[in-house]
Design a protein around this ligand. Structure first.
Ligand SMILES: [Zn+2]
Length: 291
C-alpha cells in the first residue's frame, strides 16, 4: 500500500513543471528565417529558435499553424522584422514574450515614399522598405539588439553571447570583403526589380535600381504601367531584371522578352544568413557576366 502511494506521489511530482533552470535553452520565435539565423549566431546552443515563416514561403500570405501558436505562447522572446512586414502577428494573442523589433536598430530606406497607408494588407512598405536584412552591414546593429535582448533574459551568459556574436561578425566581415570584390567590376549596373526587395542590397553592392515592375509593392502592374516600364528600360538601357522566387513567371518572361534584359532570381530569405548572400552573389555575378 505504502509502495503504491510512494509511486503515485512520485508520478505526481514528475508531472509538476520544473522552474526554468539556467541550463535550459531560451525559447525564441522569429518571423523570418534570416532573423532565426542571426539569433542563433548570438545565442548559439543556449537558444532554441524557430521561425514562423520558412524562407521559401511567401511572406504575403502567412498561416500560422496551431503547433507554432503553442510555441509562440511558450517563447520568452519574439524577434520580428517590424514595420508592416507581419501585421498578422498583432492578431496572435496569448504570448507573454518580450518582443524585439529589429527594424528599430537599422537605418531604413524609403520611409518618405508615399504608400497606400489605408490599405490593411501586409507588406506594402508603408513605413519604409522592410527588406533591410539584405544589406549584410545591417547584421551588426541587428545582432547588437539581439544580444541586448538575450542578455536581459540570461545575464549569466552575457560573455558567451558576446563571444558568439564577435566570431560571427568577423566571419561575416571576411565574407563581405569577398562579395564586394566579386561585384566591384559591375558597380553602377542598372537593374529593374519586380518587387522592391533589393534597395539595401543594391546600395551596398553598387547596383542602380531604376524601376520596380510593381508600381506599389505587392500590386501587379497594369498594361499601361508595363508600357511605361518598357519605355523607361529602353531609355536607361537596363540589361538586368531581378526577380524574387514568388514573382509571376509570366510577368518576368514578358519583361525580359520585351526589354531584352537578362532575368535573375535572387533569394530574399535563407536559413543561413551568410549562405544567403553567398548564393545571391553567385547568381548575380553569373547573370552579370552574360550581359
Ligand atoms: Zn517587400
Amino acid at each position: 500500500m505504502i509502495r503504491i502511494l510512494i509511486l503515485a506521489l512520485a508520478g505526481l511530482l514528475a508531472a509538476v513543471p520544473r522552474p526554468a533552470s539556467s541550463q535550459e535553452k531560451v525559447q525564441v520565435i522569429t518571423t523570418s528565417a534570416d532573423l532565426q539565423s542571426l539569433v542563433v549566431s548570438v545565442g548559439g546552443d543556449r537558444v532554441e529558435v524557430e521561425s514562423l515563416i520558412a524562407p521559401e514561403q511567401d511572406p504575403h500570405s502567412i498561416e500560422v499553424k496551431p503547433v507554432q501558436l503553442a510555441r509562440l505562447r511558450r517563447a520568452s522572446l519574439v524577434v520580428k522584422i517590424g514595420l508592416d512586414h507581419e501585421p498578422w502577428l498583432a492578431r496572435i494573442t496569448g504570448s507573454q514574450a518580450a518582443v524585439l523589433d529589429a527594424s528599430k536598430s537599422v537605418r531604413l530606406l524609403q520611409t518618405e515614399t508615399p504608400r497606400l497607408r489605408a490599405e490593411r494588407r501586409a507588406h506594402v512598405h508603408a513605413y519604409g522598405n522592410t527588406h533591410y536584412w539584405l544589406d549584410p552591414y545591417n547584421a551588426r546593429p541587428i545582432t547588437a539588439s539581439i544580444l541586448e535582448a538575450l542578455v536581459k533574459l540570461r545575464p549569466a551568459d552575457k560573455q558567451l553571447f558576446e563571444a558568439n556574436r564577435d566570431a560571427f561578425l568577423s566571419r561575416l566581415d571576411e565574407k563581405i570583403r569577398e562579395w564586394e570584390a566579386a561585384l566591384r567590376p559591375y558597380r553602377g549596373t542598372r537593374a529593374v526589380v519586380v518587387h522592391d526587395t533589393w534597395p539595401y542590397f543594391a546600395e551596398r553592392f553598387g547596383l542602380q535600381i531604376v524601376a520596380a515592375a510593381e508600381p506599389h509593392p505587392g500590386i501587379p502592374p497594369s498594361p499601361a504601367e508595363l508600357a511605361m516600364l518598357f519605355t523607361r528600360m529602353q531609355e536607361t538601357g537596363v540589361r538586368l531584371l531581378i526577380a524574387d522566387p514568388h514573382a509571376s513567371p509570366a510577368l518576368v518572361r514578358q519583361i525580359a522578352e520585351k526589354s531584352g534584359a537578362n532575368p535573375v532570381t535572387l533569394l530574399p530569405s535563407g536559413v543561413d544568413y551568410i549562405r544567403l548572400f553567398e548564393e545571391n552573389v553567385k547568381r548575380l555575378t553569373a547573370a552579370l557576366r552574360t550581359i
